[in-house]
Design a binder for this molecule. Structure first.
Ligand code: GTP
Ligand code: MG
Length: 193
């Protein structure tokens, strides 16, 4: 697993702090508390690489992790957490936008959605944005362990139908490793590791 070599590189509060190496990176996006940091930890087989929390809004900076070959994983702050003041919210939104708008290194977006609450307005926005900048996007419907197999399949079908050709999608669980190999091979493929 080439992702296992990931090491913390930098927490960026503004665009000037983003690493400027040309090597490719994959960003993990999604609503607050969806499970972005947990997915990174599972994919890299490192329990505490990205900080996770029961409190939504834990990740407020953009965290970069570097692999042995120089490629990077990027943990974005979650969108749409209701309980932070509007000024803070706006600051996060601007930070994320400044990342997504001008990042030629961005090889793909892993978009994380809770399998129980897929395709909310922010998810739609991210899909539209990825298509606008012509960036590949793969969706992890995470926390699959929270639903029975039949319900998982039903949710997956609903999202597949809604997406059409816009993105690929799979079930995932950071808790029990469901869907891990499929997700890993997508990330590794984008990063050419
Ligand atoms: P922010 O950084 O705040 O936007 O959140 P995040 O998207 O990084 O979510 P995080 O990984 O911190 O997970 C949020 C909560 O969901 C934590 O309590 C995790 O333990 C839990 N969680 C994440 N993934 C899974 C999963 O696959 N299954 C279950 N059961 N819980 C999960
Ligand atoms: Mg996080």
């Amino acid at each position: 697993n080439p992702l296992k070599s990931a090491e913390f590189l930098i927490s960026a509060a503004r665009a000037a702090q983003f690493p400027d190496e040309d090597s490719p990176e994959v960003a993990f996006a999604g609503r607050s508390n969806a499970g972005k940091s947990s997915a990174i930890n599972r994919l890299t087989e490192q329990k505490n690489l990205a900080r996770t929390s029961k409190t939504p809004g834990r990740t407020q900076l953009i965290n970069f992790f570097q692999l042995a070959n120089g490629a990077r994983l990027v943990d974005l702050p979650g969108y749409g957490f209701a309980k932070v003041p509007p000024a803070v919210k706006e600051k996060w939104a601007r930070l994320i936008d400044s990342y997504l708008q001008k990042r030629p290194q961005l090889a793909g977006i892993i978009h994380i959605m809770d399998v129980r609450h897929p395709m909310k307005p922010f998810d739609e926005q991210m899909l539209a944005f990825a298509s606008q900048i012509d960036c590949p996007i793969h969706i992890l419907m995470t926390k699959a362990d929270k639903l029975k197999r039949g319900q998982q399949a039903r949710q997956l079908q609903i999202v597949r139908n809604a997406l059409g050709e816009a993105a690929s999608v799979q079930l995932f669980s950071a808790e029990n490793g469901q869907g891990l190999e499929e997700a890993r091979s997508i990330v590794a493929g984008w990063l050419k590791t």
